[in-house]
Design a protein around this ligand. Structure first.
Ligand SMILES: Cc1ncc(COP(=O)(O)O)c(C=O)c1O
Length: 267
């Protein structure tokens, strides 16, 4: 189904605002069919870019079905549509075993948006990586006139220093490998929760991130609050999901505590 919403298509971020970006469309997240139909409907020349979150995060933590990312990447290439990987969540290790989902899955995007893991949140900073075919016209424009733009705090030296220190720690403490182990251990440890009567499903297995989907979607906000009393910091995501996004250095014993805390809070 094609919906007319701003980029991410998350209802709670859109309802009440009217149309934010009237020409944004969202397509099915689990098959390339929706993207192909949209291209046929609109014409590839009218599509500026396809934005894709390799693992959907705030929308509920949905790992990509096997083959999906390859398929949409190929479709964009064939139709000369820019492929933008939104790696605000998946970037800088969260995808497990690699710096980025783009490298893990060989996506070669035209642009990559990043933020959270860049500084591990200690200082606010985001960054966009831009492939030459997109960047060059801005810096080597026909006619020699730059298309200039900037932000007051863009590339702030203090934030950049924090990012560099954070990236050093990720390298020195081999945290990409730690996140890869977590990808498996989190998946295995959380699996037991799928049998709980209040849980519809557990989504995990791609990256060091997971969601517990509740049968009663309206209970998620309350559960997120209750979980704090059990020492678990989390949030409600998507339609009735609880996001689990642990530190890469979490131990197996702490994962057991996490599962025990969630079980107690569900009770
Ligand atoms: C995947 C993803 N993309 C984009 C954003 C928005 O990022 P920013 O607030 O840096 O614009 C978020 C925020 O949580 C996100 O999770």
């Amino acid at each position: 189904m094609v919906r007319r919403r701003a980029l991410a298509g998350i209802p709670g971020n859109h309802d009440g605002y009217g149309e934010l970006m009237p020409d944004a469309r969202t397509v099915a997240w689990d098959t390339g069919k929706g993207l192909l139909e949209l291209i046929e409907d609109l014409g590839a020349e009218r599509i500026a870019a396809f934005f894709c979150e390799p693992v959907i995060g705030a929308g509920g933590v949905y790992p990509p079905p096997a083959g999906y990312l390859d398929e949409v990447r190929r479709i964009c290439r064939e139709h000369n549509i820019l492929f933008v990987a939104d790696e605000v969540i998946t970037g800088f290790g969260r995808i497990g075993g690699d710096w980025f989902a783009s490298t893990k899955f060989g996506l070669e995007p035209d642009m990559v948006t990043t933020a959270k893991g860049l500084t591990s949140g200690y200082v606010p900073m985001g960054a966009v990586f831009i492939a030459p075919r997109v960047a060059e016209p801005f810096f080597e424009p026909a006619g020699g006139v730059w298309w200039r733009h900037g932000y007051t705090y863009g590339g702030h030296a203090g934030a950049a220093a924090a990012a560099m220190a954070n990236l050093d720690i990720i390298e020195q403490e081999d945290l990409l490998a730690a996140a890869a182990r977590l990808e498996t251990s989190l998946h295995q440890k959380l699996a037991v929760l799928a049998d709980h009567p209040a849980v519809e499903e557990v989504r995990s297995g791609t990256g060091a991130v997971a969601a517990i989907q509740l049968v009663d979607a309206s209970a998620a906000l309350g559960l997120a609050k209750t979980l704090r009393k059990h020492g678990i910091a989390t949030r409600a995501v998507g339609a009735g999901g609880i996001q689990i996004s642990p530190a890469f250095i979490i131990t197996d014993e702490q994962l057991d505590e996490l599962v025990a805390g969630i079980t107690a809070a569900l009770g």
